[in-house]
Design a protein around this ligand. Structure first.
Ligand SMILES: *[C@@H]1O[C@H](CO)[C@@H](O)[C@H](O)[C@H]1NC(C)=O
Ligand SMILES: *[C@@H]1O[C@H](CO)[C@@H](O)[C@H](O)[C@H]1NC(C)=O
Length: 436
């Protein structure tokens, strides 16, 4: 049994795990979504019916931005953004520039493939194609609050820029003095953002989904957030009046680590904690293959040692209790659990980790081997340019193509009892016959 301390993850083992407990471990520690939806829906309607005035009142109330009480306070910044709002430490600037260039290179390579139309002649004279076009107006949500998140801004801004979206809007909570952190403004400049919205939470999502006098309406919304942001995204996506799409609802952040005894407990502990730092509803799971109690104790000891001295120790102490360590007997058993859990981030700390990728069925992104911490590698994966593209297909039949395919279409239309469909084919086939 692991030593019980304030900062530790509960430990389970598949050797004595009842099926009901296994099912419970696959659940996420999420609070009641009905409660959250009932809190979010008045916020959405305030923005929808009140526009800028509604948004302003919520920015005062929920983003705790006093300057917004002044009706002259601008709720948005419009490009080009003044350089003095983007003044940052040269070291930070260099780090952002390096990350920007790497992410852009990766997405540009993806884009080359994505933007190439697919053209297939499926039968003689029957040509089907698929084309990609950028989504015109996109809204990126960058959470704020206690942490500044330049990597999230890069992760979303770069693929939107590379995909060629014309109108990129970025929303992030203002600081108490009403300003936006200069790192975010700098990244907005780099990635071609047109509008920065000084709002957070459900009110920011509502403003971009419905549009206000100063906030452009977006066609699709992206980005992570807390449960309120996620609930707001899901609500606007279901509102047919909003005509807005969303990326996969970014639920609570989570990581699952598969490790064997070759994995260094100190590194494993650091990744467990890195995930927990995101907040109370994030979850870390360690699936440990064929390890004994002393290994598990070493992990929990490293967790405690590192957690105590981190700036967010209080958040960590609370959130660690809803994470856990699961001991399994084999590599296959580990992947079986992981695939059932379907983690957002999957870390493989295994001997010959890259040989095991074939076993991954369900995961957002996979980090292979001990030198790929999520904090860094996350910037290079996750959201892809294809999320910022819409696809459409075309089909073109020649006379010969229709003569070949038409009779089959008539048969299927009969089966489906679609008389008008059938007639549209039959009339054309008759015409061809008459002309020949
Ligand atoms: C970009 O925004 C402008 C102003 O709202 C709008 O007129 C234009 O159609 C948008 N472009 C695209 C491609 O959606
Ligand atoms: C790892 O790869 C090496 C060399 O290919 C091999 O000898 C070893 O058995 C592998 N270990 C495991 C656990 O698969």
């Amino acid at each position: 049994m692991a030593e019980v301390n304030d900062y530790h993850c509960p430990v389970y083992s598949t050797t004595d795990l009842p099926p009901a407990k296994r099912a419970a471990l696959l659940e996420r520690p999420v609070k009641s979504s009905a409660d959250i939806l009932s809190l979010v829906s008045p916020i959405l309607s305030t923005v929808r019916s009140g526009g800028d005035d509604g948004l302003r009142s919520l920015v005062v109330k929920f983003d705790r931005c006093q300057p917004a009480t002044d009706p002259a306070f601008p709720l948005t910044l419009t490009a080009p953004f003044p350089d003095e709002l983007a003044k940052i430490d040269p070291k930070v600037k260099e780090a952002i520039d390096v990350a920007y260039s790497n992410i852009k290179t990766f997405h540009s390579a993806q884009m080359q493939r994505e933007s190439e139309p697919i053209r297939v002649e499926t039968m003689p004279g029957v040509v089907c194609q698929r084309f990609a076009r950028p989504i015109g107006s996109v809204g990126l949500y960058i959470p704020g609050g206690t942490a500044v998140l330049p990597s999230t801004a890069l992760m979303l801004g770069v693929p939107a820029q590379v995909a060629g979206c014309s109108n990129i809007t970025l929303a992030t909570p203002p600081r108490p003095d009403g300003s936006i952190s200069p790192e975010i403004v700098y990244i907005a400049q780099l990635t071609g953002v047109k509008t920065i919205v000084k709002a957070g939470g459900a009110q920011a999502i509502a403003a971009m989904a419905y549009g206000t006098e100063s906030v452009p309406k977006a066609d699709k919304l992206y980005g992570p957030g807390n449960q309120f942001v996620t609930a707001a995204k899901m609500s606007v996506a279901m509102d047919s009046g909003a005509k807005v799409a969303i990326d996969v609802p970014a639920g609570p952040s989570e990581v699952l680590i598969i490790a064997d005894k070759t994995a260094d407990p100190t590194l494993v502990a650091s990744d467990l904690l890195g995930q927990q730092e995101h907040g109370l509803d994030s979850q870390s799971v360690l699936v440990a293959i064929d390890v004994d109690d002393s290994y598990v104790n070493a992990i929990n000891a490293a967790v405690e040692q590192q957690a105590k001295i981190l700036p967010r120790a209080e958040i960590l102490r609370k959130s660690l209790s809803q994470s856990f360590i699961l001991k399994v007997r084999s590599v296959d058993e580990a992947f079986e659990f992981s695939n059932d859990y379907a983690p957002e981030h999957l870390l493989l700390y295994l001997e010959n980790a890259s040989n095991t990728i074939d076993k991954v069925e369900n995961a957002g992104s996979v980090f292979v081997g001990p030198w790929s911490p999520v904090a860094y590698a996350k910037q290079y994966s996750g959201v892809s340019t294809s999320s910022f593209l819409k696809h459409f297909t075309s089909q073109e039949l020649s006379r010969e193509g229709l003569k070949l395919l038409g009779p089959y279409v008539e048969i299927l239309a009969d089966v489906e009892m679609l008389g008008a469909h059938k007639a549209s084919v039959s009339l054309r086939l008759d015409k061809i016959k008459r002309e020949e």
